[in-house]
Write a protein that binds this ligand. Structure first.
Ligand SMILES: Cc1cc2nc3c(=O)[nH]c(=O)nc-3n(C[C@H](O)[C@H](O)[C@H](O)COP(=O)(O)OP(=O)(O)OC[C@H]3O[C@@H](n4cnc5c(N)ncnc54)[C@H](O)[C@@H]3O)c2cc1C
Length: 273
């Protein structure tokens, strides 16, 4: 008998474009629960029954519900294009939950820290699940959302509805602070004292700059890396990244790492540079 994969067998409840080129897909799984933690991801088979595209699409778990999950994805190519055309009632083959999330396995973090979530573009997707969990615990959450321009800022409404304090940054200055989203963190760390728990997801140069800022303040941020990956389960070893302890796999050792674990290469400039 073939064992059923842990996450397979979801049904699409909604699949709507809620921001330009960005879709919210709600999925239900009948019967068994889906025990996911914020920051974990799923590997989705976009093309049911055919081999193009061959690989699954890794997507962060955006919302965690009792009998399902939601995904929030940007349409960038073939697989995400196929996903965007799926309809209510369609089945979806999902592998997961996979990887290690934002909460370290040693337990959830200390209570007194101020949560700061820093997102670049669709990096906001998995951070939402974390914000939701922290708000349920009654914790304050500040969210910094960054994009190149105003129309690419996503999920600001949804984070506000959760009761998070939201600030935005755009590279062209069309919304919020002009500059990179890391500038908002730079401003905060300069202006305010306190113990911050920093979480982030976005492009690698952004995470690298955030890691630098965190290190200056002695903060171990938790960052979710967006490395290209194939199997998502550690078998193909295609998503290795360099850490201070040698190569680690983004899919099984991550995608969330401590910011000081990774050997960063290209990074964004600081605000005054
Ligand atoms: C752990 C993890 C979680 C992710 N979570 C989300 C999420 O929640 N929402 C979301 O919108 N996207 C997420 N992504 C990125 C998503 O997997 C890719 O955008 C998707 O695989 C693209 O598939 P495609 O066939 O549509 O496009 P492709 O044809 O494969 O690629 C189209 C374009 O996107 C670029 N691209 C593809 N994959 C990546 C990647 N991993 N990093 C950077 N650029 C890439 C390609 O270079 C190309 O320019 C995540 C990636 C990882 C590794």
């Amino acid at each position: 008998m073939i064992a059923r994969r842990p996450g397979a067998g979801f049904t699409i409840i909604t699949n709507q474009e809620i921001y330009p080129d960005h879709y919210l897909m709600e999925l239900r799984r009948e019967g068994a629960g889906f025990d996911a933690s914020p920051g974990q991801f799923v590997n989705v088979l976009a093309a049911g029954g055919v081999t193009d595209p061959l690989l699954r699409v890794p997507l962060g778990i955006h919302r965690i519900r009792k009998n399902g999950i939601a995904l929030f994805y940007k349409v960038v190519g073939k697989a995400t294009g196929i996903l965007s055309r799926k309809r209510k009632g369609d089945p979806l083959d999902i592998l997961g939950p996979l990887g290690r999330g934002f909460y370290p396995e040693t337990g959830e973090k200390e209570e007194k820290k101020i949560n700061v979530l820093v997102a670049g573009g669709h990096g906001a997707a998995p951070l939402y699940a974390l914000a939701q969990r922290e708000r349920e615990k009654g914790k304050e959450v500040a969210v910094f959302l960054g994009a190149s321009t105003k129309k690419h800022i996503v999920l600001s409404r949804e984070f506000r509805q959760l009761g998070c304090r939201v600030k935005t940054a755009t590279e062209d200055g069309s919304a919020g602070r002009k500059g990179y989203v890391t500038c908002l963190l730079e401003d905060l760390l300069k202006q305010k004292n306190g113990e911050f728990a920093v979480y982030s997801c976005g492009p690698t140069p952004m995470l690298a700059r955030l890691a630098e800022l965190a290190a200056e303040k002695g903060i171990r941020a938790r960052v979710s890396v967006d490395t290209y990956m194939a199997c998502g389960t550690g078998v193909c070893r295609g998503c290795a990244i360099m850490t201070r302890e040698g190569y680690k796999l983004s899919c099984t050792d991550g995608p969330v790492f401590y910011s000081d674990e990774i050997v960063w290469e290209e990074k964004l400039k600081g605000c005054g540079e």
